[in-house]
Design a protein. Structure first.
Length: 395
């Protein structure tokens, strides 16, 4: 696709672009500078650009010489409210904000693919749509972009996520269930507050909350078929202001993960029942708000096969890793509800002991930048394999 000299030049440009994004991360729905940098780079490549799609989203189409299908490639662009601790020379300069999930990597990879394909119009039968999506972390960006018509005319869609426990140079995926459905729970346990020295005169919501947290774990261990999968985790507890005062209420928030629609449909009733009845046993009341957020990522069989074939042409079959599904969520799932698609993992970890690398959402997360050109080449190869015009006499 490129000479060694051209590849080295592009890789240096991608590294520089990624480091700039990393130094100036922006949270969901605040990606103003990021979107401007993306749009400027796409225009330099001669592509028509739409901005303000679904918020701060950016979209560009590369239309081939001949008619054919439209294939979308998607990257997310937002950062997280995490204070970076990597001490990298290009560490975040925005206090309390970091690209700890590697969306700067995703963005740069997709721009690299655009750079590789920009001069290939005469070789394509169809259209490539480059989608740079905001607000993935708040799980609102994909839905807003779809509402703004980003999938109009699209036949297939592909996306990736960097994977720090997978060594750089490797690619991983699978057909079928890939990422879990993700939901949020909010539980308020109300009782009767009073002095900590007189618990008999109170209905203690803290003791009730402790019992509820423990009891919720029995849903997965005792109410879900062992062959199925689910997670119920409480992530925050807020209650009380003084050490000697029993508060009137405690607030809990948590995340619920599942693979199958059947299990997902059962979880709200089970969580409400366990929480309310355990709270009642402690003379308290539990109110549960169950919020459906993101569907499971389910990879289309044919798209998965095409992605694997193209990826193996880039990294070699020995560097393709058949994935195990993760309980992590991804709003890429909303695109797959509309059109067939495939989501995959791009290795960004060290070649030695990658399994011990700092994971996503860690303040110590570091990506091996060798992944940038690899990911861009996988995307570009997929497009050329799918839309490339076959020369006469060729296979």
């Amino acid at each position: 696709m490129l000479t060694e000299q051209e590849a080295n030049k592009l890789e240096a440009e991608l590294i520089a672009f990624r480091r700039d994004l990393h130094r100036f991360p922006e949270l969901s729905n605040e990606e103003v500078r990021t979107a401007a940098q993306i749009a400027a780079r796409l225009r330099e490549l001669g592509l028509p650009v739409k901005t303000g799609v679904g918020g701060h989203g950016v979209v560009a189409d590369l239309t081939g010489k001949l008619p054919g299908p439209t294939i979308a490639l998607r990257a997310d662009i937002d950062a997280l409210p995490i204070a970076e601790q990597t001490n990298l020379p290009f560490a975040s300069e925005v206090p309390g904000v970091m690209h700890a999930c590697g969306h700067d990597v995703h963005t740069t990879v997709l721009l690299g693919a655009a750079a590789l394909l920009a001069g290939s119009r005469d070789r394509l039968a169809g259209t490539v749509r480059f989608i740079f999506q905001p607000a993935e972390e708040s799980v609102t960006g994909a839905k807003r972009m779809i509402a703004d018509g980003v999938l109009e005319g699209v036949d297939e869609i592909y996306g990736l996520h960097n994977w720090p426990t997978l060594p750089a140079g490797k690619v991983s995926g699978k057909p079928g269930i890939f990422h879990a459905a993700t939901d949020r729970i909010e539980i308020v346990i109300s009782g009767r507050g009073g002095h900590g020295s007189m618990p008999d005169q109170c209905h203690d919501p803290i003791v009730a909350a402790a019992a509820v947290i423990t009891g919720l774990q029995s849903i997965v261990s005792r109410e879900i078929t062992p062959g199925q999968h689910a997670v119920v985790s409480i992530g925050s507890i807020h209650g009380g202001l003084a050490n000697n005062v029993i508060p009137a209420s405690v607030e809990l928030t948590g995340t619920v993960r599942s693979y199958s629609d059947k299990v997902r449909e059962q979880l709200p009733e089970r969580i409400e029942r366990v929480a309310s009845q355990i709270a009642a046993a402690h003379r308290c009341r539990a109110e549960v708000n169950y919020i459906h957020q993101v569907h499971a990522v389910i990879n289309d069989e044919q798209c998965s096969r095409r992605l694997r074939q193209s990826a193996e042409r880039v990294v070699g079959s020995e560097n393709w890793v058949e994935a195990e599904p993760t309980m992590g969520g991804e709003d890429f799932a909303f695109y797959q509800l509309e059109v067939p698609g495939c989501f995959f993992w791009l290795g960004t970890g060290p070649h030695e002991n990658a399994e011990n690398a700092h994971g996503l959402h860690s303040p110590l997360f570091v990506a091996d930048e060798a992944c940038l050109l690899t990911g861009a080449t996988v995307f570009a190869t997929l497009i050329l394999d799918r839309l490339g015009i076959k020369e006469e006499g060729g296979d």
